[in-house]
Design a protein around this ligand. Structure first.
Ligand code: ADP
Ligand code: MG
Length: 331
């Protein structure tokens, strides 16, 4: 006999609450917010065929579903607290549920982020997670997209472009040796949210965003919100050795517009350079300065209020690249 809805929840998702005042089992969960802190919350949906391939291992899918949400908390400098899971499943497939819940809860445990509730229904595979994190109300509070200032340095964590390279291989437009493919596929399927880095950058970075739709597109959101422009040194973009071995056009396509990187892109004033480096070391993540923030340029763009990113090579010469960031309704 197949598993019913409530048996399924009890077997795979219900665990004793430790941080929440009340977890799974009632009509609402209860979360206490300590004095001086506020809740940061975000929600991300993963749809089969759109955000993941049907071939992905359930354990990795569970990991990624939570990782993309934790990445949003990281971008705000929030410390993870709890999450809810809304799950539509075609049927109660126990092999799937076992792997999915293991991947999901293993990452949850790493970050002390507790599953406190959700909803389960039959339907095309669809995973929707809402996360809740804590961030101070005042002082070194939430990192926002709107804080970039003229003169700030622009940084990115980790490396860019591997997830996109993996997608190109899956689509059959590029090929890689097995070991190299495994490495980039891991970047696509098992991203590591930069939670500790986000927290360490509170009071240090002036703005931040996580790179989910491609560097140029996500940078554009920061620039629009902050009312500034940017200069990005394309030769400074951090890439893995696997991506470095690809033709320059592929390197640039993947690192500038790839998406699914889940690295943090942030700005900080030059006088914070040492604190930025310390935040990278403390959180065990490589940080690279990739450019700087400049004032709005060009009468036309200033009038239209549209931010511009100028790409330059290591000699400062302009590099032309079409901004083709991911957009669900255009791609
Ligand atoms: P309600 O009818 O009030 O929406 P349900 O009967 O759907 O509640 O769910 C029972 C309990 O199980 C609730 O506490 C709910 O938050 C929790 N729950 C349901 N689905 C999930 C899930 N996929 N993961 C975690 N908790 C879940
Ligand atoms: Mg209810």
């Amino acid at each position: 006999m197949s598993l019913g809805e409530f048996d399924l929840i009890a077997k795979y998702f219900d665990r004793p609450a430790r941080r929440a005042a009340l977890g799974i089992g009632d009509d609402c969960a209860l979360l206490a917010v300590p004095p001086g802190m506020q809740l940061a919350t975000s929600c991300d949906m993963l749809v089969e065929g759109r955000h993941f391939l049907s071939t992905v291992a359930p354990e990795r899918l569970g990991h990624k579903a939570l990782a993309v949400n934790l990445s949003d908390l990281a971008a705000c400098g929030a410390e993870p607290l709890a999450f809810t899971l809304a799950l539509a499943l075609p049927h109660a497939d126990e092999i799937f549920l076992d792997g999915f819940s293991r991947g999901l809860l293993a990452l949850a445990d790493v970050h002390g982020c507790e599953l406190i509730g959700g909803d389960t229904t039959r339907g095309p595979l669809n995973i929707c997670i809402s996360v809740f994190g804590l961030v101070p109300v005042a002082g070194a509070g939430a990192l926002l997209r709107s804080g970039a200032q003229v003169g700030d340095d622009l940084y990115v964590s980790g490396v860019l472009g591997d997830a996109r390279l993996a997608l190109e291989v899956v689509r059959g437009t590029r090929s890689l040796a097995d070991g190299d493919f495994d490495a980039v596929l891991r970047a696509l399927e098992k991203p590591q949210p930069r939670v500790a880095l986000g927290v360490a950058l509170r009071g240090v970075a002036s703005s931040a965003i996580d790179v989910s739709d491609g560097l140029l597109g996500d940078l554009h959101h920061v620039l629009q919100r902050s009312g500034v422009d940017a200069v990005v040194e394309v030769d400074a973009l951090p890439c893995s050795v696997v991506l470095r071995a690809q033709p320059l056009t592929v390197q640039r396509l993947c690192s500038l517009t790839g998406g699914d990187d889940y690295e943090l892109l942030f700005t900080a004033p030059p006088q914070h350079a040492q604190q930025v480096a310390a935040a990278g070391i403390a959180s065990g993540v490589a940080l690279t300065r990739i450019g700087r923030i400049v004032g709005r340029s060009g009468a036309a763009s200033a009038a239209a209020g549209v931010a511009q990113t100028t790409l330059v090579d290591h000699d400062g010469r302009a590099v032309v690249h079409a901004d083709a960031s991911f957009d669900h309704f255009r791609t």
